[in-house]
Design a protein around this ligand. Structure first.
Ligand code: SF4
Ligand code: FES
Length: 255
């Protein structure tokens, strides 16, 4: 296939950035999207030009590093598929593909298609962990967890922290990501002692990072490569309200 690419090029966060067109000749349908970009970059380097910067790591859909908006959709046109798992057989000879970085105030562009998703790390640092003593790994495995609870926790734990939910949301909300992280531990016994502190801390950190609020567009669920359902957002809102109320009750009792 011979394709045309319209790629966002931006030197750094201060540079206004612009689209640049590149030819991508002789693309095999068996290539992954990132392999196609590798070949384009090899040609650019061969001509003495700056390669296109883009994030990637595992290339098998588990790390969340790949982060492109392809023809207006984070991770591209295939449902439940990360950019690294997208293959060029999705396209036809002569297609033009537009490639942009994730766009959100909390994800500043570092260069070209790379954005800084450190805001997610800081939200996790505000509560996405268990710090109570749960014993060693064998003790943890011996704690009984009901099948339904285990499956729900596992569904939430499938979030790879890619940020596509933020990029797809017209309000750049991180509610799907945060609710997956809160929900994962809220369905496990080990997560119970810090349940209220966790949800209050992570929501406060999310707000401080400049993510918008959820307005029920559900674009996040539509683009999530791990199909995290929006019901985790509703669960998190309930947990948040309970945590606020129990904090106020404790304050009234002078605790
Ligand atoms: S909820 Fe889905 S889209 Fe959002 S960070 Fe997690 S895996 Fe990515
Ligand atoms: S490179 Fe790891 S999920 Fe795409």
């Amino acid at each position: 296939m011979n394709l045309r690419l319209r790629v966002w090029r931006q030197r750094d966060a201060q540079d206004p950035g612009r689209f640049v067109e590149y030819a991508a000749p002789e693309v095999s349908p068996d290539m992954s999207f990132l392999e196609m970009l590798d070949v384009v970059n090899e040609r650019l380097v061969g001509k003495g030009e700056e390669p296109i910067a883009f994030d990637h790591d595992c290339r098998e859909g588990i790390c969340g590093a790949c982060s492109l908006v392809i023809d207006g959709i984070p991770h591209g046109p295939r449902r439940a598929t990360t950019t690294c798992q997208l293959h060029m057989r999705q396209y036809r000879d002569g297609d033009t593909i537009t490639i942009e970085p994730f766009r959100a105030r909390a994800f500043p562009v570092v260069r070209d298609l790379c954005v800084d998703r450190g805001a997610f790390d800081r939200v996790l640092q505000a509560g996405g962990f268990v710090s109570v003593n749960t014993g060693g790994a064998p003790d943890g495995n011996a704690i009984p967890v009901g099948k339904q609870e285990a499956e729900t926790a596992f569904d939430a734990a499938a979030c790879i922290g890619c940020g596509a939910c933020v990029a797809a949301c017209p309000n750049a909300s991180a509610m799907l990501f945060v609710s997956a992280k809160v929900g994962h531990l809220a369905h496990l016994p080990q997560g119970q002692p810090e349940r209220h502190r966790r949800v209050l801390g992570m929501v406060a950190a999310m707000d401080a990072e400049g993510f918008g609020n959820c307005r029920n567009d559900f674009e996040c669920e539509a683009v999530c490569p791990k199909e995290i359902p929006v019901r985790f957002i509703a669960e998190m809102n309930r947990d948040y309200a309970k945590a606020l109320l129990s904090g106020r009750e404790a304050a009234t009792r002078g605790e």
